[in-house]
Structure formats: structure tokens, C-alpha cells
Design a protein around this ligand. Structure first.
Ligand code: SF4
Length: 352
């Protein structure tokens, strides 16, 4: 991260079109803008930042707030969720709180976001936008360059630091004005609308719900794991099974000291990871998981005989001999949206 450099603005940069334009609008006034790309297990693409810097000509830093974000979810988001696990109002609040704390570090005066009044049903209604300002303590510090002209002037405009005349008065859900503006800036690589937040997706909600339901104290690391491969649960037993080479690699990257790593011997097959978070699994549970994960190796299954699976935890390794099977005593299941709804609703203050 850059240090001791003075910027005029810190701009929240999701890489969506609105956040991109918001930074560009300020840059076009000659203001010095540092973009912040927030990363959690649920959204953010730190690996793309280098490309965006080049494509869009922006100065972008990554800010990882994964554990704070998970804690916010565990504390039950005050403004509740959207359709799935997306706490959009609380999400904006937590990002702005972090940005506010970074103003001094970057020597910046104010914060910019790409919000547009009325664009998103949950977080961009006028009352929600006011709650965001109040709760993040950014009154007088927050500028929304794309819709500023629909809002009262901010101190940054009144002081002359920002030229209000060169800000915009966009409102509503359409993208026409934004696309016109993108053309003015010569942006040809237009980001797709609102992509990239897993909390807005049903499939991801089904991955996260059992972690919230069963894990007494999950961290960001647990949710990174829940994004990987196939997710199976049997009560508090959690098994991640690789789907392909990439997810096997992701599993390897997520292994902790207490995890059980299952690997089929003698047949090509997936890697599987059992996360022990309520104490050690019994040997029966280990054998059950081994039989289940081995059933994802077609060749091991077709062998129709007992096979060997290595089970590694930290520096210790042992083998179990099992018959590959999808039907085991523990009854491994993938979480469906119907299964996930009660957990999600119990975490939503609006639903209780
Ligand atoms: S869509 Fe996701 S990243 Fe965007 S505000 Fe909502 S929760 Fe946050």
C-alpha cells in the first residue's frame, strides 16, 4: 500500500460501472483519487486489481475486511438481508467506516461512492442512504458524484474543493446516463451490472447457511473454504470435496492444522477436507467420510472393491480401508435453499 501520499478522495471501488464512473468524474476535475477495493470471502477480486489499474487508469488499493465482515454477519445485520444473504445497508456502513478510518493514512479529505439515488431497492433508497451516512459517521465527508446534484451540496462542494457543476444528477434504475458518461470517458470495457457479490446468489447462500448454523465461531477462512468445490454436511460434520483440479488446489490452500485431508490411493479422485470445529471426529465418522468422498472417484467406484484412503491431519497420516459409497450412515447432504431459509431468517432482525 502507498504511504504518506496525499489524496483528495478515497473512492469505494467495486469495479462496477457506477464506482468506476464516480472515480473518473472526480479524476476529471483534477482531484487525486485513491480507489479502495474491498475484499471479503463474499465479494472482491484482488487478483484483477492490476488489470483494472491499467485498463481504467485508476490508482487502486485492496482492503481486506473479511473477519470484520463475518463478525458483522454474526452480530446480525441491523438493516437485515436482501433476497439471500446480502446485508446491503450494513455492508455499505462497514465499508464506509473502514474508509473513514483510512482517510488520515492516505491524507485524504473526503470519501466518494458510486451510489445513485433510487437505483437499488435496498441500499440506495434515500432513507437507507441517510442511515448509511449516520451509522458510518461520514456526515459531511461523503460525496456521491453520480447523483450529487439531486442531493444538498456537501462541504467539499461548498468549499470549492469539488466543482458541483461538474458532478451529476443521475437517479433511478436505468443505466442510460451511466453508459453515456462511460462513452464520454472513452471507457469501452463496460463492467456488467451488479455482478460479483456471492451474497446475492442462492447457490452461495446454500454454502454459507450451514457454516452459520453449525459453526460456533466461524472466521473469514471458513467462508473461503465454503466457496470451494462441493459442500456436504452431516450435522456438525463438514466435508468439502474437490470438483476439479482447480478446486483441489483451492482445498490445499485452505488446509489448517486441525483439518482432516482425505486422498484416495491408487485411483484418480478428488481431494476432500473435513473441518473439525467441535472437536475430533470419531474413527467411524472418518471412515464414513472416506467412503463418501471416495465415491466421487469414478474409477474407485467402478472397481467394486475395498480401497484405501489416506487421512492426513497436520504431520500425522493414517490410512483407512473402505468401500466407496454415496449412501453412508452419516447421511451427507448438500444444503438446499429450503434448508437454508430458517438460518438466514434467524439472522435477519427484520424477520423476527
Ligand atoms: S450486493 Fe453485496 S457487496 Fe453490494 S452492497 Fe450488497 S452485500 Fe455489499
Amino acid at each position: 500500500m502507498t504511504k504518506n501520499t496525499t489524496y483528495d478522495a478515497l473512492a469505494l471501488f467495486s469495479a462496477g460501472l457506477d464506482s468506476l464512473l464516480s472515480a473518473k468524474v472526480l479524476q476529471a476535475q483534477g482531484l487525486r483519487v485513491k480507489c479502495l477495493h474491498f475484499v471479503t470471502p463474499f465479494f472482491g477480486h484482488p487478483g484483477r486489481v492490476r488489470g483494472w489499474r491499467k485498463t481504467y487508469g485508476l490508482d487502486i488499493d485492496v482492503v481486506n475486511i473479511g473477519d470484520d465482515y463475518v463478525q458483522m454477519m454474526l452480530d446480525k445485520p441491523k438493516y437485515g438481508f436482501g433476497k439471500y444473504y446480502n446485508p446491503c445497508v450494513d455492508c455499505k456502513i462497514i465499508m464506509l467506516r473502514h474508509t473513514r478510518q483510512l482517510l488520515e493514512k492516505y491524507g485524504a479529505t473526503f470519501i466518494a461512492t458510486g451510489e445513485v439515488v433510487g437505483q437499488r431497492p435496498m441500499s440506495q433508497r434515500r432513507d437507507a442512504m441517510n442511515s448509511v451516512i449516520n451509522e458510518s459517521d461520514t456526515e459531511g465527508l461523503l460525496l456521491r458524484p453520480l447523483c450529487a446534484k439531486t442531493l444538498p451540496p456537501t462541504p467539499m462542494e461548498e468549499s470549492g474543493l469539488v466543482d458541483r457543476e461538474r458532478l451529476h444528477g443521475i437517479s433511478g434504475r436505468g443505466r442510460k446516463d451511466q453508459l453515456r458518461l462511460a462513452e464520454e470517458f472513452g471507457i469501452t470495457d463496460i463492467p456488467t451490472p451488479a455482478g460479483g457479490c456471492r451474497l446475492t446468489e442462492q447457490a452461495s447462500a446454500c454454502r454459507y447457511a450451514p457454516v452459520f448454523q453449525h459453526h460456533p465461531a466461524p472466521t473469514a477462512q471458513d467462508f473461503y473454504l465454503s466457496n470451494v468445490g462441493r459442500q456436504y454436511w452431516a450435522g456438525t460434520h463438514w466435508l468439502t470435496i474437490g470438483r476439479d483440479q482447480h478446486s483441489n488446489e483451492m482445498i490445499r490452500r485452505n488446509i489448517t492444522e486441525t483439518d482432516l485431508v482425505f486422498d484416495v490411493v491408487g485411483y484418480p479422485g478428488p481431494l476432500a477436507l473435513g473441518r473439525q470445529f467441535t472437536g475430533a471426529w470419531t474413527e467411524d465418522a472418518v471412515r464414513d467420510a472416506a467412503a463418501f468422498m471416495a465415491s466421487f472417484s469414478p474409477k474407485a467406484r467402478r472397481a467394486e472393491t475395498d480401497i484405501t484412503v489416506t487421512v492426513t491431519q497436520g504431520d500425522t497420516e493414517h490410512t483407512v480401508t473402505i468401500y466407496p459409497s454415496r449412501e453412508t450412515a452419516l447421511g451427507w447432504k448438500e444444503c438446499t435453499w429450503q434448508d437454508a431459509i430458517p438460518t438466514r431468517n434467524a439472522m435477519d432482525p427484520k424477520k423476527r
